[in-house]
Every structure is written in structure tokens, then in C-alpha cells.
Design a binder for this molecule. Structure first.
Ligand code: ZN
Length: 451
């Protein structure tokens, strides 16, 4: 399977904005495609910097025409500095017969990220000081790294310790840590109105599928779908190494921040657990209401909504007090709360096409409301206008038209009206569009609304 198998546009990408069989079918197809894309990206040895990230972004370019940015080592981003770039060619622990007991080429989790180069013979005890295992997960390779500190290490299943019976081992890590770049991807779909919506996903983890090839694949396929129809608000997708990536992007783009109306961090969206939405720091912003509405309509009683906390994924940076951006987080089982987390058990069998499909659908529906929610003015507010002569009466109740007419006073958005009338946003939107076509509603531009 090569990345060129991914077409640059889906033939059925432009589904209607609301839930229904058409969107379900599209989501199922996207879920299968996301799983294939994950399989393709799985072997690359990603890290905070380096060629694994470049290979990943090059493969994503087959899905959507994103820009790749290279930021030199030493560049400041607030309290952080882009480190030297790390690359690795090979690494192993071998016994006296030259047999590789731990082999980077078999699984790139075997070497802790940012491990310094080593070529030495060492006693078992000295090797063990650099060997990381998880006694509670004896069959799995843990994920470790040496970001922002010196060191090296191997990671292995705990059960391997009993097989390390020789007194001495050859230990080799062929890596480089030298001035280079931090690499990230960015894709922007321009909108017609002022403002934009930001999607951000982290690309620094090596062969781990839920964390975060699931986010990378679903974000790329969401961007590809959304680019098919010119949006009202711009939509920006960032594929960045965790923590430092958002800070580098923010430090280079502070002039854009007032434009950000809403956003989502996308991470860990392929595991079998229920959907989870983490609110913005404020907790009551438009994007939070949009997430609640979609989850209540698509997964009533199942999905989880959590309050913001300064932990977890990159919302920690976007929602730090100096930015306080209106950005929530979409995931499934929260980070650290599933046993496979940060181990080789977060592999290709852990993420499923149906879970990826459902997560993608949630984001697609949220993006639709974020694009289409707006305020209208009732042009005939003195009494109820007559819907019969306008051919609207038959659908008026189903599409909540009396609610929309009553509350289109310039203060309530369609989502507000949907919530107040206990209707679905998409029915209210359909009704509003018909009322607008008949001249009974007029849309309020963002510039007019003072928002
Ligand atoms: Zn992680």
C-alpha cells in the first residue's frame, strides 16, 4: 500500500451537512480509509523532530495539499526553544553471537526517542540501567523519550528480562542529534467571512495508532472533505508535534489569533471507547454548545463531556491564559485511561474503522454547525406571518419555523433556537433557509452583529 493510493478528493465528499444515511455511508467509507492510512503511516519513526515527521507529512500530501514548515533549531517559542533535530538509522542490543535481542528495525518503540548515539559493550547490569519495561504490561513495549534532556534507552517487553542471561552485550544506537529543524504541516481553506476555525493534531508519536495516527488520519480526511465546498469561515488544519508544535505555530501567528472563532484538538479518536469532548477553558463557548448538541443528537447517554483541565493534549497550550482560545478537544478514551496507552499494544489492531468513522462524523457535524450557525432577523415580526400562502405551513412544525421566526430577533443563533425548541440544528437550519428564501428572514452578517 502506498500513499498514492489516496485520491486527492472523494467522489462523494460533499454530503449534506446534517446526520442521516448519506453522511453515515460517507463516514463508514472514511473510517475504512483512515484505517488504511494509519497502516501506511504506522512504520515511520516519528518524534519531536526529524525525518519520520517529514515522511509522515509527505504521505499526507497525497491526501491533501498541505504546506510543510521547517523551523530551525534554536528558534524561541515563548519559554521554549526548538531543540536540535534527532534522526535514527539503526539500533540494537546483541548477544555474543551477534544475535539482535532488541532490534529497532523490528519496532521503532524499542528505542527511546531522542536517544543519544551509543556503540559499546556493556555488562548486563549497565544495560538494565538503560532498559525500560512495564512490569504491569509484560508483553508490551513502552513508549519513552528523552526530550529536552540527555540520555539514551531501549524499551522492551518486561518478559524479555528473563532472557537476558549473558554477562555482556553489544549496544548500538546509530542516531544523530544536531542542528536542524522542527517540521510541521499546515493546511488552510480560505473562507468568505471574517474568522476561521482551527483544527490541531499531534504528529510526534512513533508507531502508536490511537495516539495519534487516529487524529492525523481523521483530521486529514476531514480537511479533504471540507475543502470541496468553499466555506463561510476559513478552516485551518495543523499537524504539529505535541506541546512545542502549537507553541511554535502560535509564536509565528499571533496576528491570526483574533480571527479564531472556534477550534478542536483532535487526538486519540480510534479506540473502542465512547466519544469524549473536553470543553474549552471557559466551558460555555459556542464550540462547547456545538459539541453538546451534536453528541446529544448522535450518542445520547453514551458520549462523555469533560471540563477543561490543564492536562492532556494540546488544548493545554491553546487554552493557556495568554491565549485562552475557544478550542475544545475531541477524543475517545482519555489519554492515560486505557491500558494500551503509550505501549506497543496501541497498535494496528487497537483502532477500528467504525470508531474512526464515528469520530470523523462527530467532527464533520461540528464543523458544519460552526460554519452554518448564525443569527437572522425576522422581517415580519409584528404577529405571525402567514406561512400557508408561502407554501411553508406543511413543514413549519417539523422544521421549527415558528420558533425560528419568534427568536430571530438578532440575539439568538440557530443553535440557540434549536436548543430552546428541542429541535435538531439541521432541521432548524433547513427551516431557516426556506424562511430566508421566502423573504421572512434576513441573515445578519458577522460585521453587523458585533460579535
Ligand atoms: Zn501520547
Amino acid at each position: 500500500m502506498t500513499a498514492s493510493n489516496y485520491p486527492s478528493g472523494s467522489p462523494r465528499g460533499a454530503a449534506r451537512s446534517g446526520p442521516g444515511p448519506e453522511l453515515d455511508e460517507l463516514a463508514q467509507s472514511v473510517g475504512r480509509e483512515a484505517k488504511e492510512l494509519i497502516s501506511h503511516l504506522y512504520p515511520y519513526c516519528r518524534s519531536l523532530t526529524g525525518n519520520g515527521v517529514r515522511q509522515t507529512l509527505a504521505a499526507l500530501k497525497e491526501v491533501l495539499p498541505l504546506s510543510v514548515h521547517e523551523v530551525p533549531s534554536g528558534t524561541k517559542a515563548y519559554d521554549w526553544t526548538v531543540p536540535d533535530e534527532w534522526n535514527i538509522e539503526d539500533a540494537y542490543v546483541a548477544d555474543d553471537d551477534g544475535r539482535r535481542i532488541i532490534d529497532f528495525k523490528a519496532h521503532n518503540l524499542h528505542v527511546a526517542g531522542y536517544s543519544a548515539p551509543v556503540d559499546a559493550r556493556m555488562q548486563r547490569a549497565d544495560l538494565l540501567a538503560h532498559l525500560y519495561t512495564r512490569p504491569d504490561r509484560p508483553d508490551d513495549i513502552p513508549y519513552r523519550h528523552f526530550y529536552y534532556r540527555d540520555g539514551w534507552g531501549f524499551c522492551a517487553p518486561h518478559r524479555l528480562l528473563s532472557e537476558l542471561t549473558a554477562r555482556e552485550y553489544r549496544v548500538v544506537i546509530k542516531s544523530t542529534i544536531q542542528p536542524g529543524h522542527l517540521t510541521y504541516g499546515e493546511f488552510y481553506i480560505p473562507g468568505s467571512a471574517p474568522g476561521e476555525i482551527l483544527f490541531s493534531t499531534h504528529i510526534c508519536h512513533p508507531s502508536l495508532c490511537n495516539d495519534n495516527l487516529s487524529g492525523i488520519a481523521t483530521a486529514a480526511l476531514l480537511a479533504r472533505d471540507l475543502m470541496r465546498v468553499p466555506p463561510r469561515y476559513g478552516m485551518r488544519f495543523l499537524f504539529v508535534p505535541a506541546t512545542l508544535g502549537p507553541l511554535v505555530w502560535l509564536s509565528r501567528n499571533e496576528h491570526l489569533l483574533p480571527r479564531i472563532r472556534a477550534g478542536l484538538v483532535i487526538a486519540g479518536v480510534g479506540d473502542p471507547g465512547p466519544l469524549t469532548y473536553v470543553r474549552t477553558r471557559d466551558g460555555g463557548l459556542h464550540v462547547d454548545k456545538v459539541a453538546s448538541h451534536v453528541l446529544a443528537r448522535t450518542r445520547p447517554g453514551d458520549a462523555l463531556i469533560r471540563e477543561f483541565a490543564p492536562k492532556g493534549y494540546d488544548q493545554r497550550q491553546y487554552c493557556s491564559p495568554g491565549f485562552d482560545l475557544p478550542i475544545g478537544c475531541v477524543m475517545r478514551t482519555p489519554d492515560g485511561e486505557y491500558p494500551e496507552y503509550h505501549t506497543s499494544a496501541d497498535g494496528l489492531n487497537f483502532v477500528t474503522a467504525p470508531a474512526l468513522a464515528e469520530s470523523w462524523k462527530l467532527m464533520r457535524l461540528m464543523a458544519g454547525i460552526l460554519q452554518h450557525d448564525r443569527r437572522y432577523l425576522n422581517t415580519s415580526p409584528k404577529g405571525e406571518p402567514r406561512l400557508g400562502p408561502r407554501g411553508l405551513i406543511e413543514d413549519a412544525d417539523r422544521l421549527g419555523m415558528f420558533w425560528t421566526l419568534n427568536f430571530s430577533d438578532g440575539r439568538h443563533s440557530l443553535l440557540d433556537i434549536a436548543e430552546r425548541s428541542r429541535n435538531s440544528f439541521w432541521d432548524i437550519l433547513d427551516g431557516a433557509r426556506r424562511l430566508e428564501a421566502s423573504g421572512l428572514l434576513t441573515a445578519i452578517d458577522d460585521e453587523d452583529s458585533g460579535s
